[in-house]
Design a binder for this molecule. Structure first.
Ligand code: I6G
Length: 688
């Protein structure tokens, strides 16, 4: 583009230097997920290059990082014929089908021994091909029908994870890279939150978001969408590069600056692939992006060539599909549920549908604003999503399928449990029953369920149905009443034998001994979760001090702001609630002084990360013990992490800890630290 004849040498050199630095930092940030400079510093470099190019337009090159912003809008996308067809993958959903496929591969290859296989997450995104000629990105296209796709070069150039040029010496003269463009879940949520704030239509899901963003005729729109990609293979190659395995292909691509999924593993045979499939499914909801399965490939490229392809699918690859996390179904009714704090939440009753591996017949609708946003009517067909253990959500209404008699939804005037008026305080999205738990049985029931739950007093055998019976029979009004229940009374309840009654009395006896943090959490104060309860317990050291604290004292607790402090303060200013808490002490609920009360907690100020699985205790238990010792437990490894506990199945967090030189403990070393500080597993009496 530039002849550059009359541009000062200094400006040219500085522009080249800036481009190289910006490319390096883009790669650190967008490809390796490991930035080494602050955003503001990056912005300064970028702004300097923009200014330099504005002063000397001849300096602009088409691979300059400034050229990602998005060019002129197109009127249509051109068609592109793929030089090597973009195949699709054969699919399976059972291990039997996977084993049959491997048997067929081995038979064709006349091999008895298990095959080396690469396994990687199957990203739920949009497949693309990227063509590099002499190291420059010259074309990006969609898959289309596999033979012909659409030219989306202008849009793809705006993705910072896509290198515009490759400057290594060993890049083939023509390199076609295949990948999947997607939107990470957190980026999707942030994008939607901003869209809602601006009164714009949110995206339905990350996949639709990615596809819609790439279909924009104006690349400036695409540039504002948080898209990234993982590269998974190659198409046509002209040049000197002959990797022997699929893994070597991926390593080569990563070496040239492409983003390759860190979850890729080489495994052996059906057993290895099945273990990978199980382990990835377990971590599916923590990956941070949507996947719909695992892609399994014969690793050896010479074996791939011998296996060949069928008309549209390679024989050497297979997609193992996980249960879909989204499905469409019909809304039969909208009911209103009352929670422990009186919040009235609309719930969609659905025609049962299999999604995320279970049959779903209810989905939360959060609040009336959400119903308005979705424009949901009873009778509508909706898209629902159930990911991991998260409560099913209604993502969108398919308005084209709305029947004529569909009914709009409105908030009832009275609480469905006690009939008291429903109020919606100014500025709040949540509607509430205006009565308290003493009047409203639903709040009483939900409060008791919360009190008995696993992270609260963990009362074994006190399930939801039993709580409902106890409240309906007016045997329990306050949590302390639970501890006054005798085996005889319990044995008289429906579906309760003498043995279950005796077991429950024993469980209640055990749960009398707890921790201060658990007790605070169990009270069910608005917006006080386990972490806040832990902070309150560590900070005040005793129930009396917490109950006496004023607003300012509460706001001095780490991570407690004015709103949460206000809820805690209001809770303990209510005489009846104070009496109910004091009653718990009266019936023998007790706890040891928290470690750190009377001296600094041993891990105070430290940030720990747990990854992989532990044998002797669950992650929740490990987290609770670390918090009891004063540590903050976070979900991601950074330069601020003091220690990582890694069990089997630890993945990218462990890699990152090693890269950053963060100390890593195995389970035995971790248990030793817990033991040393009186938080050991089995035997410690203050463990929760
Ligand atoms: O659509 C795909 C996603 C991921 C693929 C694929 C892949 O590998 C991880 N691999 C091939 C060979 C094909 N489609 C055709």
């Amino acid at each position: 583009m530039s002849s550059g004849g009359d541009i000062p040498k200094k400006a040219r050199e500085r522009a080249a230097e800036l481009r190289e630095q910006i490319r390096y930092h883009n790669h650190r940030y967008y490809v390796l997920d490991d930035p080494v400079i602050a955003d503001a510093e990056y912005d300064r470099l970028f702004d300097e290059l923009v200014a330099l190019e504005a002063d000397h337009p001849d300096l602009v090159t088409d691979d300059s990082p400034t050229q990602r912003i998005g060019g002129e809008p197109l009127t249509a996308f051109d068609s592109v014929r793929h030089q090597v067809p973009m195949l699709s993958l054969a699919k399976c959903t059972t291990v039997e089908e996977l084993e049959d496929w491997l048997k067929r591969c081995r038979n064709r290859l006349e091999r008895d021994e298990p095959l080396a296989l690469t396994c990687e997450p199957k990203i739920d995104g949009v497949a693309v091909t990227l063509l590099y000629q002499d190291g420059r990105l010259t074309l990006a296209a969609t898959r289309g029908d596999g033979e012909t796709g659409e030219d989306i070069t202008a849009n793809v150039r705006t993705l910072k994870a896509v290198p515009l040029s490759l400057d290594a010496d060993d890049v083939p003269a023509l390199l076609e890279v295949r990948g999947e463009i997607y939107m990470a879940q957190a980026d999707f949520q942030a994008f939607n939150a901003a869209a809602l704030e601006a009164g714009e239509k949110p995206l339905v899901n990350p996949r639709n978001g990615a596809a819609g963003s790439l279909r924009q005729l104006d690349p400036k729109v695409t540039a504002r969408r948080p898209l990234t990609l993982f590269c998974y293979g190659v198409g046509r190659i002209d040049g000197d590069w002959s990797p022997a395995t699929q893994k070597a292909v991926l390593d080569g691509l990563a070496g040239w600056g492409f983003r390759v999924n860190p979850e890729v593993e080489v495994v052996t045979g059906a057993e290895g692939a099945e273990a990978y499939i199980d382990a990835l499914l377990e971590r599916r909801s923590r990956l941070g992006y949507d996947i719909d399965g695992v892609v399994i490939k014969v690793d050896d490229l010479s074996l791939q060539r011998r296996l060949g392809t069928l008309s549209r699918t390679p024989r050497w690859a297979l997609a193992f599909k996980y249960p879909a996390e989204e499905a469409t179904t019909r809304v039969l009714a909208v009911d209103f549920q009352v929670g422990r704090t009186g919040a009235v939440t609309p719930v969609a009753r659905l025609e049962p549908v299999f999604v995320g591996g279970v049959t779903v017949s209810n989905a939360t609708l959060h609040n009336m604003d959400e119903i308005a946003r979705l424009d949901l009517h009873v009778g509508d067909t909706v898209m629902i999503r159930r990911a991991g253990d998260v409560i099913p959500q209604v993502m969108a209404v398919i308005t084209a399928k709305r029947p004529k008699d569909a009914e709009p939804v409105s908030l009832p005037d009275g609480c469905p449990s006690c009939g008291s008026p429903i109020v919606r305080p100014e500025g709040e999205v949540v509607a509430r029953c205006s009565a308290g738990p003493r009047t409203c049985p639903a709040q009483r029931k939900e409060g008791l369920k919360h009190f008995a739950s696993r992270l609260a007093l963990d009362i074994d055998g006190l399930g939801d149905k039993l709580v409902e019976q106890l409240v309906e029979a007016d045997l329990v009004r306050e949590p302390a009443d639970l501890f006054r229940l005798g085996a005889d009374t319990l044995a008289g309840l429906e579906r309760m034998g003498e043995k279950s009654a005796a077991n429950l009395v024993a469980a209640l006896e055990r749960s009398r001994e707890t921790t201060l943090a658990r007790l605070i959490y169990a009270l069910g104060i608005r917006e006080v979760g386990t972490a806040t309860a832990q902070n309150l317990a560590s900070h005040f050291g005793s129930l009396e001090a917490l109950m006496a604290a004023d607003q300012a004292a509460l706001e001095a607790v780490p991570d407690v702001g004015p709103v949460v402090a206000g809820h805690v303060h209001a809770y303990f200013r209510d005489d009846e609630r104070r009496a109910a808490v004091e009653d718990l002490v009266e019936v023998g609920v007790h706890w040891p002084a928290p470690p750190g009360a009377g001296g600094p907690a041993p891990l105070a100020g430290e940030t720990w990360v747990l990854t992989g699985s532990l044998e002797s205790l669950s992650r929740d238990e490990a987290k609770e013990r670390l918090q009891a010792l004063g540590a903050k437990v976070t979900g991601s490894v950074s330069g601020k992490t003091d220690c990582v506990v890694a069990g089997p199945g630890a993945g990218s967090k462990l890699d990152k800890a090693r890269k950053l030189d963060v100390p890593v403990l195995d389970e035995a070393e971790f248990l030793e630290i817990l033991n040393r500080h009186g938080q050991g597993v089995g035997g410690s009496d203050d463990a929760g």
